[in-house]
Design a protein around this ligand. Structure first.
Ligand SMILES: NC(=O)c1ccc[n+]([C@@H]2O[C@H](COP(=O)([O-])OP(=O)(O)OC[C@H]3O[C@@H](n4cnc5c(N)ncnc54)[C@H](OP(=O)(O)O)[C@@H]3O)[C@@H](O)[C@H]2O)c1
Length: 408
């Protein structure tokens, strides 16, 4: 009879419950590919199980509680005591990555977290293992399904942000408290993890500036539609120059033909760019109990197989203080002579050149919609501050980044 491997499961919620079922259903297959049959050595919830007892009986601990406390303490103890840990907890890995990796080294254990980023899409494995030995230039994509669903619906049916959010909640694509999804914090945690793996740089969550989608208005999307642009909440981790990287999350317009433009609804997609491979795009469901459980099971099989994933470290990389980006600018203005000239003057003074301008409406409805060529984000912020003070503005200026690259 085959040797068995004891798996302790912390958490029996959406993912924990699905994982337990999947582990039972797929035990034969796991045994076939890994040579060892998985056995559940214990399950912990708020009302059931004892962590110490589960730890003492497990070779692999699967953490599906979420949050920092008590998950951090349980994971650290398991790793230090030589148990391999598989987790889906992006906040824990993003905020305490160093500590967890150190504990894994101390205990000679593996730490695996494929399910923490982009659900069932094997992006961690690709960045950390498949492409682990080549220099990566950029990892970016749509890593939050809730916001992608909301933006897709706003563009498709002209819903307001609030209406689209409500619809997402009714369909189970958004949590009752959607704050971390819609303000970009969830995507920032995932990008922190991807940046660490892609560049080996000691990036922490506080190095990652993020913006969400709460301020997006339906007319931003309707103008975008006319221009053939689509709006996505993007996470971007890239090498910029001179030993610097930039990791950020922001809503962004994409031109048609961009591989991320057609990704709609609650789906995720991640692109990796590296000179050796040009670029690859991976897309699929970003969340859901069974999808996430499938990624956890993949990690369990890898953990049984042995071998440690790569944690390369390059402390010399710094976080860039400024980067270049193109912008869309939406101004509601009084319809009077000289308006465009004054806006153009402020932009020109800050070294910003305009790619396209559209003027809409008359009188109290007049609007200027402009798309800039790439410019330093600091210069654009300075220009925006000055534009906001112009007397003929009827409401604060609205700006959204644009990825200029056009794909054929
Ligand atoms: N849901 C998704 O689609 C998804 C996707 C990707 C990643 N994830 C990640 O997967 C993890 C789990 O998410 P989930 O949606 O499955 O959460 P969930 O449904 O809220 O389940 C959490 C489980 O943890 C248990 N728990 C909470 N606090 C505990 C404590 N102090 N001690 C012991 N057990 C405790 C709960 O116990 P009770 O049953 O007693 O309440 C529950 O069984 C999170 O890190 C999440 O970010 C989830």
């Amino acid at each position: 009879m085959a040797d068995s491997v004891n798996v302790g499961i912390l958490g029996k919620g959406t993912v924990g419950g699905a994982f337990r079922r999947l582990l039972n259903d797929r035990a034969d297959m796991v045994e076939e590919v890994s040579g060892r049959r998985p056995r559940v050595s214990g399950v912990l919830s708020r009302k059931q199980g004892d962590f110490d007892r589960i730890l003492s009986r497990s070779e692999i601990v699967v953490e599906l509680i979420g949050g920092i406390r008590p998950a951090r303490e349980y994971v650290l103890r398991a790793l230090r005591e030589g148990r391999h840990v598989v987790t889906a907890n992006k906040q824990l890995v993003a905020q305490h990555g160093d500590e967890l990796v150190a504990a894994a080294r101390e205990g000679g254990a593996q730490l695996r977290f494929e399910a923490a980023v982009a659900g069932a899409i094997p992006v961690i494995r690709v960045v950390q293992e498949s492409l682990g030995a080549i220099p990566i230039e950029k990892v970016f994509g749509i890593v939050n399904g809730t916001t992608n669903y909301i933006l897709t619906e706003m563009a498709r049916s002209g819903l307001s942000y609030g209406q689209a959010l409500k619809q997402a909640q009714e369909l189970g694509y958004a949590e009752a408290d959607p704050t971390e999804d819609v303000n970009g914090a969830d995507a920032a945690a995932k990008m922190t993890i991807l940046a660490r793996l892609a560049f080996g740089a000691p990036v922490t969550l506080k190095d990652v500036p993020y913006e969400g989608i709460q301020q997006i208005k339906p007319d931003d999307l309707s103008y975008a539609k006319e221009l053939g642009l689509s709006l996505k909440l993007l996470g971007v981790a890239e090498r910029v120059s001179d030993g610097e990287i930039s990791v950020r999350v922001f809503p962004c317009f994409l031109y048609p033909g961009h591989p991320l433009a057609p990704i709609s609804g609650p789906f995720n997609a991640v692109m990796v760019e590296a000179p050796a491979i040009d670029e690859i795009t991976m897309s699929g469901p970003g969340a859901g109990g069974m999808e996430t459980a499938a990624a956890v099971l993949g990690d369990v099989v890898s953990a049984i197989g042995g071998g440690s994933p790569l944690f390369e470290e390059n402390a010399n990389l710094r976080i860039a203080k400024d980067v270049e980006m193109a912008f869309y600018l939406h101004l509601e203005v009084d319809d009077e002579p000289g308006v465009l000239a004054q806006v153009a003057e402020v932009l020109g003074d800050n070294g910003i050149s305009v790619r396209s301008v559209v003027q809409r409406g008359l009188g109290g409805e007049a609007q200027l919609i402009m798309v800039m060529h790439p410019v330093s984000e600091k210069a654009f912020a300075a220009a925006l501050k000055k534009i906001a003070k112009l007397k003929f503005l009827r409401s604060p200026p609205r700006s959204i980044r644009v990825i200029e690259e056009e794909w054929s």
